[in-house]
Design a binder for this molecule. Structure first.
Ligand SMILES: Cc1cc2nc3c(=O)[nH]c(=O)nc-3n(C[C@H](O)[C@H](O)[C@H](O)COP(=O)(O)OP(=O)(O)OC[C@H]3O[C@@H](n4cnc5c(N)ncnc54)[C@H](O)[C@@H]3O)c2cc1C
Length: 301
């Protein structure tokens, strides 16, 4: 994913920009014993990561990306330096570490541009949105949900890249496949609060909530995007941002910026997405691997 990110930074600078990402750190040694316990399979629960673990991780990150560096290396700050830049951050902080990731400001437009480029390169290609695929009598059928039109297609190969819907799509097209997916929903809030926005100083804050879950907040088009939850869902179509998730996100926010009050009316938008994760029995959703995988399924005919 780093290669992919670097390609996007290079090819689409109008939508993709470096994102300074700051990790608040509250301990020195935390995470070392927990790492060993997890390595031995004695626990799956994540624990807080302290300064030593984070420093080592970021030094490795810089080392492995040195040959094709496109973003600056990390910076470690003392408590005093951190509070100078982010005076509103939880004063229990011990250090902070800033590294660079990247963010996409308009992912939908980027997606549209990629489709247009593909169609320019290969004029016989077709991109159909608002289209749903299903199994017809002797072919697959594409159904245009806007016009109601249907088109029969007989593909040699189907790439099922429908994310959290992969199992549902396999079943809709008659592919005989085991259950592959076990998606989790992640909800985010968009908060319109100037004090919170300015408190970030243009950085994404990437922090561990008190329960060990990773949360983020970052400036987003003049507002602040805060998230997220990580909850298993059976049916991606039913996923919604629920009240208890709003509460969870607000609580996590009050942990990292305890003095900043967020009113209900500051929450101007909320949304949820389903992470297309592999099926897993892991008791802690944060531990389900985020790697990509490709499964080949032979057709019946
Ligand atoms: C809350 C959250 C936070 C995330 N944060 C990050 C992050 O910070 N960084 C990062 O790199 N990744 C992040 N991800 C992961 C990233 O969003 C996903 O990995 C990525 O979107 C997967 O892309 P995809 O194209 O495989 O699937 P999706 O983006 O899920 O696309 C699948 C598409 O298939 C369509 N579809 C479903 N059924 C059918 C059908 N029958 N016919 C036609 N179309 C159908 C759906 O409508 C959907 O548009 C996050 C995900 C979530 C949910």
């Amino acid at each position: 994913s780093l290669l992919e990110r670097d390609r996007l930074l290079k090819n689409a600078p109008h939508y993709v920009a470096p994102l300074p990402t700051t990790v608040p750190i509250f301990d020195l040694f935390s995470g070392m014993a927990n790492g060993a316990v997890r390595f031995l399979g004695l626990s799956r629960r994540p624990g807080r990561r302290g300064a030593l673990v984070i420093k080592t991780g970021l030094a490795m990150y810089d080392f492995f990306t040195a040959a094709r560096r496109v973003v600056p290396t990390h910076k470690f700050r003392s408590r005093a330096e951190t509070l100078k830049v982010w005076p509103a951050i939880n004063p229990a902080i011990r250090n902070s570490a800033t590294y660079y990731d990247a963010w996409v400001s308009h992912p939908e437009r980027l997606g549209t541009e990629m489709l247009r480029d593909t169609m320019k390169e290969k004029p016989s290609a077709r991109a159909l949105n608002y289209a749903r695929v299903s199994l017809g009598d002797a072919s697959l059928v594409l159904y245009d949900r806007l016009s109601g039109e249907t088109v029969a297609v007989k593909p040699r190969l189907v790439v099922n890249a429908t994310g959290g819907w992969i199992d549902l799509t396999n079943s809709a097209i008659g592919a005989v496949a085991p259950k592959l997916m076990g998606g989790t929903k992640g909800s985010h809030l968009i908060v319109d609060n100037r004090e919170l926005h300015d408190a970030l100083d243009g950085h994404m804050i990437y922090y561990e909530n008190e329960d060990g879950r990773i949360c983020i907040l970052f400036p987003y088009l003049g507002k602040v995007l805060v998230g997220s939850t990580d909850i298993r869902v059976d049916d991606p179509d039913q996923a919604r941002c629920e009240d208890d998730e709003r509460q969870y996100i607000r609580q996590s926010l009050s942990f990292v910026f305890p003095e900043i009050e967020i009113a209900d009316t500051d929450i101007v938008f909320q949304f949820t997405g389903v992470r297309p994760l592999p099926i897993s029995q892991d008791s802690f959703t944060g531990r389900i691997p985020r790697d990509h995988f490709c499964e080949l399924i032979e057709g019946a005919g």
